[in-house]
Structures are given as C-alpha cells and as structure tokens.
Design a protein. Structure first.
Length: 335
C-alpha cells in the first residue's frame, strides 16, 4: 500500500502497520497497568488528573514522583535497546549480532564498574557506562575494519572483545572493596528501581535525535543486507551508511545502559520478535522499538509483582525470558 503526500510517497505494509498499532496499544496498556497497580492502587482517572497536576497529593506523589518516571524510563530504554539491536542484527545479518554479544554492553559495564570503584555518583556511573560503550565500539570497529567492515568480522571481533571485557569486569569486582562490589553487582543486573525524570529525559532526548538518523539509514541497510556489491550497484555508499548506523546504534545502547544498567537480552529478542510479528524484510525500526518497550516495561511489572512485596531487578526477568528465547532461536534456526 502506497500513501502519497504531495511530492512524497510512503510505502506501508498493512500487516506491519497493524502490528505496530497493536504494539503501541499494548505499550499503553502495560504502562497504565504498571502505574495503577501496587501497594496503593490508583484508578485511571486519578492517574490522568495526577499527571496534569490536579490530583490529590497522595496520587500525585505516587504517580508523578514514583511510578510514572519509572515506567517512562522503562519504555524509552526498551525502545532504545530494541532499535540498537535491530541495527546491529541488520549490519551483521545475524540474529545473534546484538550489543549483548558483540561487546558493547560489556564495555558499558566496564565503564560503569570503573566509575563505581572510583566512588562516583549516579551521574558519573551513567557517564562511565556511555564512555565505556563508545570506547569499546571504536576499538571493535577499528579491529574489524579491513577494506570495510563485514558483518561476520564484526561479530567475531565483538565476541572476542565481549569475552575479554567480561573477564576484566570479573577482575574489577574481585579487586574492589565489598561495598563497591555489591553496588556494582546490583547495577550490572539492570534495574528500573528508583528511576526518576532525570533518567528518562536524557534517553528521550537521545531518541529524539537518533531515531530520525536510524530512519534515514533503514532503507539503505535493507539494501546492504543483500550484499555490499548489490548495494553499491544501487548507488548506496555502503561504508558511510554502515558507519552512521553503527554510531547511532552504539549511542542508543550506551544511553540506555547508562539509564538502567546493562539489561540483558532486550536488544537481542526485540528485533527478532518484531520481524516474526510483522513478517517484514529488512530493519523493522518502529516495531523493534515498541517490542523493546513492551518487553522491558512488562518484565519490570513482573519483577515488581511476581514475588511482592519483594521486588526483583528487571534484568533477572529479561535474562530468564531472553535465555528461553535464545534456546528457542538456536533450536529453530540451528545456529
């Protein structure tokens, strides 16, 4: 289906559009459920009045100060991980080519641990995570570059970097004092607990800047999936598009990790679930973002309610879901 807007035209796949709208609705439902439920139940009308600053003091405290920032952060972080995973799986042409496996999340973890050991604040830890992710990406890209960057080489170099960084992280944890080690260990699990608007706003700004960049390279990436030579024959600057996509994907991964910690498996599972739901070829940016948002926010809701009043870090739930999905993926596609 093609929609024409003056001199421009947009090609829409009916199934992909329907799935995207359904995912958007699901994200809204999960967000409302996460805000309304808990030790103190808040009705939907009370949520709306509290968000507009006209609710009761108790409702405004629970909704505006405690639950809404956590839910919004979860939606934004999940979307960032989902788009980042979609980019790298497209670049590598491999379902396992996500930031979790090619070293970027591990690099962010190293930066975060170093900030914890140095006695940094929450903002310092976030900055360390972002710096670690970017530094790792630069090194992996440089080591994988040989007359361009091929997907399989990026995966192989990334897996080696991931293994090395995991050993570095373990060493840092064993050498840190017990308090720093406990703090770093809790952060490494990934959590949305205690997240406020100061965590959500930077992720929102990053998405506002980077999502248009990702959208601009979505179609060229689809062409690159058919092979570099085929893409070049269509006039696509392969290395320029690839470098732009890597920068955008790394920054999304780094910002998301800085906000919520290295939450496992969202970047791996979200793009694959989006492709299976939409049955669309190429990079499914919008649906991957929405699947990531639903997956992370829904997992956080489970983490809060499954063993209430005890709350689990969201990374525990996503790791369980992602591990089961990875086993399914490996068995189904025989990787």
């Amino acid at each position: 289906m093609t929609v024409r807007l003056g001199p421009w035209s947009i090609r829409l796949a009916p199934r992909a559009l329907a799935v995207t709208l359904l995912l958007l609705l699901t994200a809204c439902v999960v967000a409302v459920a996460a805000i309304s439920t808990g030790e103190f139940t808040v009705s939907v009308p009370d949520i709306l009045t509290a968000l507009f600053g006209q609710g009761t003091p108790v409702a405004e405290l629970i909704v505006s100060k405690l639950r809404a920032p956590r839910v919004v952060t979860g939606l934004l972080v999940g979307a960032a991980f989902g788009v980042s995973g979609a980019i790298f799986q497209s670049l590598t042409r491999n379902p396992l080519g996500s930031p979790d496996f090619i070293g970027f999340t591990a690099g962010a973890s190293t930066g975060g641990i170093l900030a914890v050991v140095a006695g940094g604040s929450a903002m310092t830890i976030a900055g360390g995570a972002l710096a670690g992710c970017v530094t790792t990406a630069v090194l992996v890209y440089a080591m994988a570059f040989r007359r361009g960057v091929q997907g399989y080489r990026l995966v192989l170099v990334g897996i080696g970097a991931n293994a090395l960084l995991l050993s570095v992280n373990s060493y840092l944890l064993t050498r840190a004092n017990i308090n720093d080690s406990a703090t770093a260990g809790a952060w490494l699990t990934g959590s949305l607990g205690g997240r406020g608007w100061d965590h959500a706003i930077p992720v929102a700004l990053a998405l506002a800047v980077l999502l248009p960049v990702c959208a601009s390279v979505a179609r060229p990436l689809r062409m690159i999936e058919m092979g570099d030579d085929s893409a070049r024959s269509m006039g696509i600057g392969v290395e320029r598009v690839r470098a732009t996509a890597i920068v955008a994907g790394v920054l999304l991964c780094g910002v998301a990790t800085a906000a919520a910690g290295p939450v496992a498996f969202v970047a791996l599972a979200a793009p694959q679930l989006a492709r299976r739901l939409t049955r669309a070829p190429g990079v499914t940016m919008a649906s991957s973002a929405l699947v990531g948002a639903v997956l992370l926010t829904g997992s956080d809701l489970l983490a809060q309610r499954l063993f209430a009043p005890t709350q689990l870090p969201v990374g525990v739930v996503t790791a369980a879901i992602g591990g089961a999905y990875l086993a399914f993926l490996l068995r189904k596609d025989r990787y």
